[in-house]
Design a protein around this ligand. Structure first.
Ligand code: NHR
Ligand code: GAR
Length: 217
């Protein structure tokens, strides 16, 4: 097991896929992000993000949802695996399974997700294709605290990108991912520095509405 490092917030990262957001967090910790990634857990056996974690010397675990009778059994096992690492923050970085209310309650106020749209627009899956199909001019990404309402929890930071006339879902996703790699480490930094609070369903940064900061860096 990783040793916890002095003054650093222990976090656990959940993934299902390529893990470029995980990589941006790993790279930020190698610079000055004051967190220590205790473990990376995937529900998908061959998620490339697991290789990124292993390369960085981070403990990994695979918990396949198919192996459990239902969502609550899976979530209970996931909870147990996460809690072994005693994280102060749990990060969903491209994790593709909806989490049950019991799971969300267990990590209330210390569970965050990055979602590839400017919420409340386009919750759910396949957001890039939907942005194109709907004819949106602007798309982007949001980091939010996770609540029972999928993609409906309090928003910490957002970033906007233009939708170009010749965009495919892939080209648009690549433009959005560049922004994700900037705003996710930023949100985690604010959390680790204890600068975020939730008040009346809204996120405050240093006591002020956090979304005012989204336009800047
Ligand atoms: N859980 C809760 N309770 N609340 C949220 O806001 C959550 C969550 C779990 C994941 C990420 C979310 C996203 O950013 C997320 C937010 C998966 C689905 C989904 O429909 C929807 C939203 C998100 C992630 N998943 C299918 C399911 O049945 C499975 C899809 C698949 O395996 O490919 O869980 O978009
Ligand atoms: C990211 O775009 C993330 O916002 C999105 O999946 C991608 C994961 O990329 N998340 C969801 O769609 C959650 N349902 P990554 O594995 O390279 O970080």
């Amino acid at each position: 097991m990783n040793l916890k490092q002095r003054g650093k917030l222990p976090i656990v990262v959940l993934i299902s896929g390529g893990g470029t957001n995980l990589q941006s967090i790993i790279d930020s910790t190698a610079r000055d992000l004051p967190v220590c990634i205790q473990a990376v857990i995937s529900n998908v056996e061959d998620a490339f993000g697991l290789q990124r974690a292993a390369k960085a010397g981070i403990t990994t675990a695979i918990l396949k949802h198919h192996a459990y009778p239902d969502r609550s059994a899976y979530d209970a096992a996931l909870c147990q695996e996460i809690d072994r690492h005693e994280p102060g923050l749990v990060v969903l970085a491209g994790f593709m399974r909806i989490l049950s209310p019991a799971f969300v309650a267990h990590y209330a106020g210390r569970l965050i997700n990055i979602h590839p749209s400017i919420l409340p627009a386009l919750p759910g899956l396949h957001t890039h294709q939907r942005a194109i199909d709907t004819g949106l001019n602007e798309h982007g990404a949001s980091v939010h605290f996770v609540s029972d309402e999928v993609d409906g929890g309090p928003i910490i930071i957002q970033a906007q990108v233009p939708v170009l006339t010749d965009d495919s879902a892939e080209s648009l996703a690549a433009r959005v991912l560049q922004q994700e790699h900037r705003i996710f480490p930023q949100a985690i930094r604010w959390f680790a520095e204890d600068r975020l609070e939730i008040s009346d369903g809204q996120v405050l940064l240093d006591g002020q509405p956090a979304l005012n900061h989204s336009a800047g860096s």
